[in-house]
Design a protein around this ligand. Structure first.
Ligand SMILES: Nc1ncnc2c1ncn2[C@@H]1O[C@H](COP(=O)(O)OP(=O)(O)OP(=O)(O)O)[C@@H](O)[C@H]1O
Ligand SMILES: [Mg+2]
Length: 642
C-alpha cells in the first residue's frame, strides 16, 4: 500500500499532517545564515509512538528548536555524536550532534534541507527514515531536484566527515511505528568532497569509503549538487539530454567507458529507441569523424538518419561475396535437411567446399587451407565437384544428398533476390575492398556504415548478419599486430539474432554475437544491442553489457530481466521504468558516473530515422494518384526489388 501513501509527495498528494504550522515548520529546515532558526528534529522511532490519528511529527512544530536527536531518540543515544560529522567546527562542549551540524551548515553558507535520518546501514539493505511532512513541505520548492526529495528514484545526501555520500531511494513504506514517517531503502551511489566555503559537492566519484552511522541526518539533494555530480569529468563524453528532474543539467555518456564494455538500448515499441540510437551515434560520429561503426538495420530506418555522414548499403550495393561465409554459415544457407540427413549433407559439403576453395590461385600461397578460410571459389566449381563426387558413388549409395546440395546452389544462383550475395560478379577477390567499405577503413568523413538488410530474403537474413558480425570480430583478431582500429557493431532488433534458448536453438549469428559479447572487449570490438524484448534475449547477454540504457518497458517480464542485469545502485530507478515518458530513459553502468534518468534531446528532423509514428487522420485526408501508386507498387513487388 505504500504506493498510495499520501506522505510520499508524489504528484499533488496532500500531506496528512495538520497544516496550521506549515510555514513555521518549513522555515527551520533551511539552514542559511539568514535563517538561523534551528531545524526541527526528525521524528523519533521506537518508544515515542504517536497514535495514528495525530500521527504527524510532534516535534516539528518548531516550538522546540532546542530539541535534537539525542533528546528525542532515546533508543539510539550513542548515535548522536556520530551524526555530528564536523567536529572541527563543533566545540566539544556543545556535545549536541544536531547543533554541530547546524553550525557547519551556517558556516558553509549553503542551504540544506533535512528530510530524515539514517536508521540502518547494512550492505545493500541500508534504510533511512524520512519525514513525510518535511518531504511534502519541499514538494513545491522551486528547485525541481529539492521538490523531488524523498521520492523513489531520487537522491539524498548524507555527510560523513568532510565527505558527502549520495544515495538513491529504492523503496518506500510507511513506518508502522510512526505514521508521519516513511522508511526508505537506499543504495549508496558514491561520494564527493565538500567545498569548504560553499558547502557544495565536488570531485564526485563512485564507491563509498566510509558509511554513515545510524542517526546521521539525511538531506535533500539540490540542483547545484546534481550539477557537480553529473559534471562530466575530463573524459571524452557526449551530451544526450537533461538529467531528470532538472531542466538544465546536461546528461553525458562517457564514450570510451560505454563502448569499452558494450551497451544495450531497451524499450517497448514506440518509446524512441531508434531515435535515441541515432542521437547517440550522431553525437559519437561528430566527436569521432574517423571512427568505425557498423549498424545492422533490419527495417531500413537509418539510411534517412545518416545520409549526411554515413555510408549507406542495401541489397543493391552491398555486394557481399558468398565465399566470405565460413563453413557453418554455408551449412545454414545450403542445407535444408534435418536430423541424420543434415550431418550427411554437411560432410559432403565440407569435402567439396574445401576442394573448390583450393582451386583458387590464392589458395596456392596458403600452406594449410581450411574450409572456413575466406578464399574465393566459383559456385560452378562447387557444383561440378559435387557432381564428380556423386559420379564416384557405387550404385548402392544414396545420391540424394548430392542432388539436394546441387539444386540448392542452382536455386540461389538463379534467384535475383540473392544476387547481392550469389551473383557471378562476386567471384573476384574483393575482400579488402569489402572490408574497407563496410568497416570504413578509411572512414573518409563517414564513420558509420548503415547496412539495410530489410530487402534480404528472410531465410538468409540471419546468416548475412552472422557473416557481417563475424567479419568484424575476425578482422579484430587478425589485425592484432596492426595499428588498432576498434569497431562498434550496432544491432537493431537484437532479440532476433541472439534469441534465448526458449525461442530457438543455436545459429551462426547467435554464436558470433554471443562471442563478441563475451570476448569482443579484449579485441577492440564493441557491441550495441537494441531491442524491445530484453526477455527474449539469450541468457547472460544483457549482463555482458556494461551500460544499459532503458526506455519505458511495459512488460513485467522485460522489467524483471533488466532488473537482474542492472547494478545494485540502479535498482531504485527501475521502479520508474514503467512510468517513463517517451524519449526518457534510465542509464546505468559504465557510461555514466551514477545511474541517471534522462530526458533525451530532441533530434533534428533530418537526423532522425525513418520511423515516424504514422499520422492516420492526417494521411487519411489525402487522396488522388492511387492508380499510379498501385502500378508502381505492383511492379516493384513483382521485380522483388525496391
Ligand atoms: N529524441 C527524439 N527527438 C525527436 N523525436 C523523437 C525522439 N525520440 C522519439 N521520437 C519520436 O518518437 C517516435 C517513435 O520513436 P522510435 O521510432 O525511435 O521508437 P522505437 O522505440 O524505435 O520504436 P520501435 O520499437 O517500433 O522500433 C518517432 O516518431 C520519433 O520521431
Ligand atoms: Mg525502432
Amino acid at each position: 500500500m505504500t504506493d498510495n501513501y499520501p506522505g510520499r509527495g508524489f504528484g499533488n498528494a496532500q500531506p496528512f499532517q495538520p497544516s496550521s504550522d506549515d510555514a513555521a515548520a518549513t522555515r527551520p529546515v533551511s539552514y542559511t545564515p539568514a535563517n538561523p532558526a534551528p531545524r526541527p528534529p526528525v521524528q523519533p522511532t521506537g518508544g515515542q509512538q504517536m497514535p495514528p490519528a495525530q500521527g504527524h511529527m510532534p516535534s516539528q512544530s518548531a516550538a522546540s528548536p532546542q530539541m535534537a536527536h539525542p533528546a528525542t531518540a532515546p533508543a539510539q543515544p550513542s548515535a548522536a555524536p556520530q551524526s555530528a560529522p564536523r567536529p572541527a567546527v563543533a566545540p566539544a562542549s556543545q556535545g549536541v550532534g544536531q547543533n554541530d551540524a547546524q553550525k557547519s551548515h551556517q558556516a558553509s553558507g549553503s542551504t540544506l534541507h533535512e528530510i530524515g535520518r539514517v536508521i540502518e546501514i547494512a550492505g545493500s539493505g541500508s534504510q533511512v527514515q524520512l519525514s513525510a511532512k518535511l518531504i511534502n513541505d519541499l514538494a513545491s520548492h522551486q528547485d525541481p531536484a529539492i521538490a523531488m526529495a524523498g521520492q523513489v528514484g531520487s537522491q539524498v545526501k548524507i555527510r560523513v566527515g568532510n565527505v558527502w555520500l549520495l544515495a538513491n531511494i529504492r523503496t518506500q513504506r510507511l513506518d508502522m511505528a510512526d505514521a508521519g514517517s516513511i522508511i526508505a531503502a537506499v543504495d549508496f551511489l558514491g561520494e564527493g568532497d565538500e567545498e569548504r566555503l560553499t558547502g557544495k559537492i565536488y570531485n564526485f566519484r563512485r564507491g563509498v569509503t566510509r558509511y554513515p552511522v545510524p542517526g546521521s541526518s539525511v538531506f535533500a539533494v539540490s540542483s547545484p549538487d546534481l550539477k557537480q555530480v553529473y559534471a562530466a569529468d575530463g573524459r571524452a563524453h557526449v551530451g544526450i539530454g537533461t538529467v531528470f528532474p532538472t531542466r538544465d543539467i546536461r546528461a553525458s555518456l562517457y564514450v570510451d567507458a560505454m563502448l569499452g564494455k558494450h551497451f544495450a538500448l531497451l524499450g517497448s515499441t514506440g518509446t524512441g529507441k531508434s531515435t535515441s540510437a541515432a542521437l547517440i551515434l550522431h553525437k559519437i560520429c561528430d566527436l569521432a569523424p574517423q571512427g568505425h561503426i557498423v549498424m545492422i538495420d533490419p527495417h531500413g530506418e537509418y539510411s534517412a538518419a545518416f545520409k549526411g555522414n554515413g555510408a549507406l548499403y542495401d541489397v543493391n550495393n552491398l555486394a557481399m561475396p558468398y565465399w566470405l561465409m565460413n563453413f557453418a554459415e554455408h551449412c545454414e544457407v545450403l542445407i535444408n535437411s534435418t536430423g541424420d540427413d543434415w550431418q550427411t549433407d554437411a560432410d559432403i559439403l565440407a569435402k567439396c567446399l574445401l576442394q573448390a576453395r583450393s582451386k583458387s590461385r590464392i589458395a596456392e600461397s596458403i600452406g594449410k587451407l581450411t574450409v572456413d578460410a575466406p578464399v574465393p571459389y566459383l559456385l560452378s566449381d562447387l557444383t561440378n565437384i559435387i557432381q564428380n563426387e556423386m559420379g564416384k558413388l557405387d550404385k548402392a549409395t544414396n545420391s540424394a544428398p548430392y542432388m539436394r546440395l546441387k539444386s540448392k546452389i542452382e536455386e540461389l544462383k538463379a534467384d535475383p533476390r540473392y544476387n547481392f550475395m550469389f551473383s557471378g560478379m562476386l567471384v573476384g577477390d574483393s575482400m579488402t575492398d569489402f572490408l574497407s567499405k563496410i568497416f570504413r577503413l578509411p572512414s573518409a568523413g563517414k564513420p558509420i556504415s548503415i547496412i539495410d538488410v530489410s530487402a534480404v530474403p528472410s531465410d538468409i537474413t540471419s546468416t548475412v548478419v552472422a557473416v557481417l558480425s563475424r567479419l568484424v570480430f575476425d578482422y579484430a583478431i587478425w589485425s592484432r599486430n596492426e595499428p588498432q582500429r576498434p569497431i562498434l557493431l550496432v544491432c537493431e532488433e537484437a532479440h532476433r539474432y541472439i534469441p534465448s534458448d526458449r525461442m530457438s536453438g543455436a545459429s551462426a549469428v547467435r554464436t558470433i554475437l554471443e562471442r563478441i559479447a563475451k570476448e569482443g572487449r579484449k579485441y577492440g570490438v564493441s557491441l550495441g544491442l537494441i531491442t524491445q524484448r530484453p526477455s527474449d534475449l539469450a541468457e547472460g547477454v544483457l549482463s555482458q553489457c556494461g551500460t544499459i540504457i532503458s526506455m519505458r518497458l511495459n512488460n513485467d517480464r522485460d522489467q524483471a530481466y533488466v532488473r537482474a542485469a542492472m547494478p545494485e545502485g540502479a535498482r531504485g530507478f527501475l521502479d520508474s521504468i514503467p512510468a517513463l515518458r517517451n524519449r526518457e530513459c534510465i542509464i546505468c553502468g559504465e557510461g555514466v558516473s551514477i545511474p541517471i534518468r534522462v530526458a533525451l534531446d530532441t533530434l533534428e528532423e533530418e537526423r532522425r530515422p525513418a520511423s515516424e509514428d504514422p499520422l492516420f487522420l492526417v494521411l487519411w485526408q489525402e487522396t488522388g494518384g492511387e492508380e499510379e501508386i498501385l502500378d508502381r507498387v505492383v511492379r516493384r513487388w513483382r521485380a522483388q526489388g525496391r
